[in-house]
Structure formats: C-alpha cells, structure tokens
Design a protein around this ligand. Structure first.
Ligand code: ADP
Length: 373
C-alpha cells in the first residue's frame, strides 16, 4: 500500500510517496517560495497540481494521503480521517497555531481537490501528548482565563516521539508497554518527552513550541515575568514574538542557530559558544532529572533528530555528569558512525542510552495506512 505524505508550510509543500510495507520512498520532493516572486507556484492549489504532474503515473497508486497538522488542540487524540467537519475543526484551532494550521489547511484543501477519490488523514503533532494527565498539562493560572483561551500544555513533535519510542522498544527487544523512556528530540526545534508504557506523560513544549529546551532560534523556558518586563519596557507583542522565537536560543547566544557552527566556535576558544553549550546541556539535564522523577524509574534515554542523531560530542555533553543516576554513554559506541538505530551505553549499564533516527514522513504514512485499512 502506498501513502502520499504531505507537509504543507506557509510557502512550501514537502511531499513523499511511501510504500508502507517495504518502507521504501518511491518519490519525494519540495516546492518552495509558494506565493512569492519566482517561486515554484502562485498558491497551494497550483502547487498541488504541479506535484500531481510530477507524480505522473504514480498518482494512480496512491491509496491514502497523510497530512501533517501541527495543532490538534484538545479534540484530536489520534490520526483522523478528514472530512469537511474535520477541516473546519482544524480551522477553528488557528488561534492556537496562527502560522502553522493555516498552512497545513491550505495543503489539505489543495490535496483534497487534486485527489478527491482517496481518503485523506490528518496526523497531528499534538495528538500523542493528549495522554498526559491533568497534573502535567494544567498551567497554574486563572482558571477562567485559561478556559476562555484554551490555555494548557499541548506538546509537539508527538509523531516523532511516538515513532522513536516504538523503534526504541524494537531495538531493546522489549514490549513498549513495559518500558519507561525519555525521548530527546534535538533538532532545530527541540523537545523532550517522558514516555511510560508507550504513552506520553509529560513533555517540554507547551501551549506553543516555544517552551522547554534551548533551541536553534527559540529561547525555551523563561520566567514569564521576562515578557511582562519587556512589554512594560516598550517592546511590542510582535517584537517580543520575534525576540523569543527567532533571535533567541543558540542564535541569540552565539550568532548561529546551527550546532555545528557553535561547536566549531567552541573548539576555537569562543567564550559565548562555551556558555551557550553549557546553558543548552544544563536545560537538557534539568528535564532528564525531572522526567526520571515523574516516571518513577527509567529504562532508556533515546536521542533523535538532527543533533541527537549526528553529534556524538553533543550527546556526551547532554548527559555529562549523570553517571550517578546510572546514565553513562560508552565512548567507542557513541563515536561509531551509523544511520541505524543503536545502543550507545555499555551492555551492563543500568539505563540504556540509544540513538534512534526519526522519520516523521514514514510515521505519518504508517498512521494513515492503519486508519484506512
Ligand atoms: P528540523 O527541526 O528543522 O527538522 P533537524 O532535526 O534536521 O531539524 O536538525 C537540524 C539541526 O541539527 C541543524 O540546525 C544542526 O544544528 C543540527 N545538526 C545536524 N547535524 C549535526 C552535526 N553533525 N553536529 C551538530 N549538529 C548537527
């Protein structure tokens, strides 16, 4: 069975045709600068027609279309077959994800027009985290205000966290239902999730993807009083948004959002880079300790995404000093380069440390195929 996976951004459409049984990518591509001068298409509808042209005879083999949708609010707890009502529900969540959901919707509408005869499935970044208990998702703010504005922790990267947890269980050759895991998704955007018996019980992102770890351009956790202070100091809401989302995190501390640049600067003796890496790792250890406590035990820490999969030095830095908890990386295993899921702790370590490559497109393809069969 082949699933066509669509990840539609505000000015881009990423697509992949995946054979679910073999996990083979039959075809993939990207349209960029949609709606901009010299871009690949004037709008998402035209973009999707172009994608269909590129698919050629493969289009006839599509059994379902899987759409990445960023925000599913409190309503969507699992992948969902899209009809007009579901489309409207995703539109109603735009206030919670003003940049992402409209872009995702544009892709859904265009793809439903272009491929009207196959089932379309929405796979939500937030859905996996709907299993969190109220204690983990409730912010201790005025209940009336929170209820009026839908304010609570939702969490993101859920498709990745779930996929990686399942693959970690397979690698450990143990049922996911018996495992307590901490999954570190460390990419340009980063988040950490406590997974107990295959369910998310806590995660570092919140109402929005701004909370938690130090990221490429986002601050992660700050005292909310910082925002009030800056507002009173004359920054506008738009300026605050831009400071916290676009010019904070690693770029704010060092001038580059890319960890490869930051590590190179550190090697060259740059003091800003040294501090930034310390802040980055300090925040990760803060969450590892917190989630160890919330889980009441731990079988494995799992690294994934761009940084987690590719940087042995940053993996070692993230868990540095946690040997007393039973968390220790084996230096040789960590240094070995591989694209496969692997164990990087010693065989007799009390807690396993793993590297498990994520693949959100494949996860969306599997989710869509499970739903339409
Ligand atoms: P996205 O969140 O955009 O999907 P990725 O998961 O692809 O991001 O991660 C991209 C980031 O991974 C880059 O910005 C870079 O900081 C980091 N990265 C990739 N390879 C390496 C590496 N070898 N060493 C350090 N960092 C890396």
């Amino acid at each position: 069975m082949r699933v066509f996976v669509v990840n539609s951004g505000s000015s881009s459409i990423k697509y992949q045709l995946v054979d679910v049984e073999t996990e083979h990518v039959v075809l993939s591509g990207l349209l960029e600068r949609i709606g901009h001068d010299g871009g690949d298409a004037v709008d998402h509808e035209a973009g999707m027609r172009l994608v269909l042209e590129r698919l050629g005879s493969h289009a006839a083999s599509i059994a379902a279309v899987g759409h990445r949708v960023v925000h599913g609010g409190s309503r969507f707890t699992a992948p969902t077959r899209i009809d007009d009502e579901v489309e409207q529900a995703i539109a109603a969540l735009v206030p919670l994800a003003p940049l992402h959901n409209p872009a995702n919707l544009a892709g859904i509408r265009a793809a439903r027009l272009a491929l009207p005869d196959v089932p379309h499935v929405a796979v939500f970044d937030t859905a996996f985290h709907q299993s969190m208990p109220p204690a983990a998702y409730t912010y201790a703010i005025d209940r009336g205000v929170a209820a009026e504005h839908g304010i609570r922790r939702y969490g993101f990267h859920g498709t990745s966290h779930q996929f990686v947890a399942e693959r970690a269980a397979a690698l450990l050759d143990r049922p996911l239902e018996t495992l307590k895991l901490i999954v570190l998704h460390l990419g340009n955007g980063s988040s950490v999730t406590a997974v107990d018996a295959g369910r998310s019980i806590d995660t570092s992102m919140g109402l929005t993807p701004l909370a938690g770890l130090v990221m490429g351009t986002r601050s992660g956790d700050v005292d909310p009083g910082v925002l009030l202070h800056l507002l009173r100091s004359g920054l506008s809401g738009t300026e605050l948004d831009s400071v916290l989302n676009a010019s904070s995190g690693m770029v704010g501390l060092t001038g580059s959002a890319d960890m490869r640049d930051v590590e190179a600067a550190f090697e060259a003796g740059d003091a800003d880079a040294a501090l930034a890496l310390d802040v980055w790792a300090h925040r990760i250890r803060h969450y590892v300790g917190a989630y160890l406590a919330q889980l009441g035990g731990l079988d494995a820490v799992v690294f994934t995404a761009g940084i987690g999969e590719n940087s042995s030095s940053l993996r070692a830095r993230a868990l540095d000093g946690l040997g007393h908890l039973g968390l220790e990386i084996d230096a040789d295993r960590n240094a070995a380069r591989s694209r496969d899921a692997r164990v990087i702790s010693a065989d007799d370590a009390p807690i396993a440390v793993l590297v498990v490559p994520t693949d959100e497109e494949l996860a969306i393809a599997h989710a869509a195929s499970r739903l339409v069969h």
